[in-house]
Design a protein. Structure first.
Length: 423
């Protein structure tokens, strides 16, 4: 058998909590060494030790309140470089021929956008050559190099995309994401202790769950995996088990639950412009300046009042809240709006499921459950496979748990087969 045989070629990625100490690194080295000795040819992607990226970021800010994105990347990328070398050393101690490489050494080429670079290409040939020599490659996640040789980073949680992109570049048969939970659950197990591990999910569903806040996988990594049809398996670094398989494989309709999971997102803030003239082009006049500042808008609601004015509400990432409020105050003056209001103590809860496509009544069930808990819904948005609501932050746990229970997600058997009624 050849080292480039996809059945033997695998990419493993270990997240921050999995490499948090030398003890953790030794345990991981044993896992990697065992699979290597069993014949797998491995590229292992590592994150920085838990908390390290935050620590480095804070360090930069103590010296300079607005650090240059280039220097920040030079600094943040060192977190992953520590773990890559330590894991290679731990593998040497077990007699395995491991070699560490930075993103640049692994020839991960990105664009120039510091702190949120996108991978443009990876030269898989050099990596495959090293694998042919039976080396285990330990690659620093979350980083690349641009055309001028500058170090770039790929956005928070970016080691996931390093792993997926490397899997594509070498044609690996499998990309395993090892983390501190033993799979993808029906809700964040930290919020819902009764949450259930899902055996299998489609790329489409995982993409929706990640984009709506389930941070177990970085959204861009799932997008990439879906585009290149890379099967992902989410597993625990320390508890062996089958984990969750995320692939494009069709799940038989009978086994397809209506709701696969519930995601929540604490990163949003809501802004409202009150009493703007109801005229053509008003949405553009309000959101144009927001977009010009590179701020992304998520949900939008417009209510027409009786006096030919409209109230216009939208959400942005919380980090952009203050800036968006400033921009909106200026827009309000220009448009002669009555008031500007903001609220950054909100959260978004979403129910997600491909099975919703062929099933009506989920939205009304969701609203009824929240009403029973006396939770006021501020905004709603729907697509074929998800319903999201914005509510007050203090209701996060109550809301997620009530919905999880109402949609029978905690039961042992597969939840709500498509043919079942949702009430
Ligand atoms: P890593 O450091 O390994 O990249 P992350 O912290 O990014 O790990 O992701 C793992 C965390 O994702 C878990 O500890 C869990 O709290 C959270 N999480 C949120 N939603 C889910 C979900 N639906 N299933 C599993 N974990 C989830
Ligand atoms: N260390 C980086 C972060 O904390 C990347 C990662 O862990 O995936 O965001
Ligand atoms: Mg992560």
């Amino acid at each position: 058998m050849n080292a480039s045989d996809p059945a033997r070629l695998r990419v493993y990625k270990f997240g921050g909590t999995s490499v948090a100490s030398t003890e953790h690194l030794s345990a991981i080295a044993q896992l990697v060494a065992k699979d290597y000795q069993d014949g797998a040819r491995l590229v292992v992607v590592v994150s920085a030790m838990a908390g390290e990226t935050d620590r480095l970021q804070a360090l930069a800010r103590t010296l300079c309140p607005k650090p240059s994105p280039r220097e920040l990347d030079a600094l943040l990328s060192t977190g992953e470089q520590i773990t890559m070398a330590l894991l290679a050393l731990a593998l040497h101690a077990l007699g395995c021929p491991a070699r560490s490489c930075t993103g640049g050494q692994a020839r991960i080429r990105t664009d120039h956008r510091h702190n949120r670079a996108r991978i443009k290409n990876i030269d898989g040939t050099a990596l495959l050559k090293a694998l042919q020599k039976d080396h285990i490659l330990v690659v620093a996640g979350f980083q690349g190099i641009d055309e001028e040789g500058n170090i770039t980073t790929l956005g928070r949680g970016g080691s996931d995309i390093t792993a997926v992109a490397l899997a594509v570049a070498i044609g690996a048969g499998e990309c395993r994401i090892y983390t501190d939970v033993d799979g993808v659950y029906t809700a964040d197990p930290r919020i819902v202790p009764e949450a259930r591990r899902l055996a299998q999910l489609s790329h489409e569903e995982m993409l929706e769950l990640s984009a709506l806040g389930a941070r177990v996988l970085q959204t861009r990594a799932v997008e990439f995996a879906s585009k290149y049809n890379v099967p992902l398996r989410v597993l625990s670094s320390f508890d062996p088990g089958p984990g969750t398989l995320i692939s494009s494989e069709e799940i038989p309709a009978m086994e397809q639950p209506i709701i696969s999971g519930i995601a929540h997102n604490r990163d949003e803030a809501k802004l409202t412009l009150i009493g703007v003239p109801d005229q053509p082009g008003i949405a553009h006049k309000i959101l144009g300046p927001i977009a010009t500042h590179g701020i992304e808008v998520d949900m939008i609601v417009q209510n027409i009042g009786q006096d030919n004015t409209t109230d216009f509400t939208f959400t942005v990432h919380r980090r952009d809240y203050e800036k968006s409020m400033d921009i909106l105050r200026e827009t309000a003056t220009q448009l002669g709006a009555r008031d500007v209001r903001g609220d950054n103590a909100i959260i978004k809860i979403s129910v997600v499921g491909v099975g919703m496509r062929s099933h009506a009544g989920i939205a009304s069930r969701m609203f009824a459950v929240l009403a029973e808990q006396n939770i006021n819904i501020m905004m709603i948005s729907t697509s074929e496979i998800k319903i999201s609501v914005v509510i007050e932050e203090r209701y996060l746990e109550t809301g997620v748990r009530a919905l999880h229970q109402a949609f029978d997600l905690e039961q042992k058997a597969d939840p709500l087969p498509r043919s079942a009624s949702t009430g």
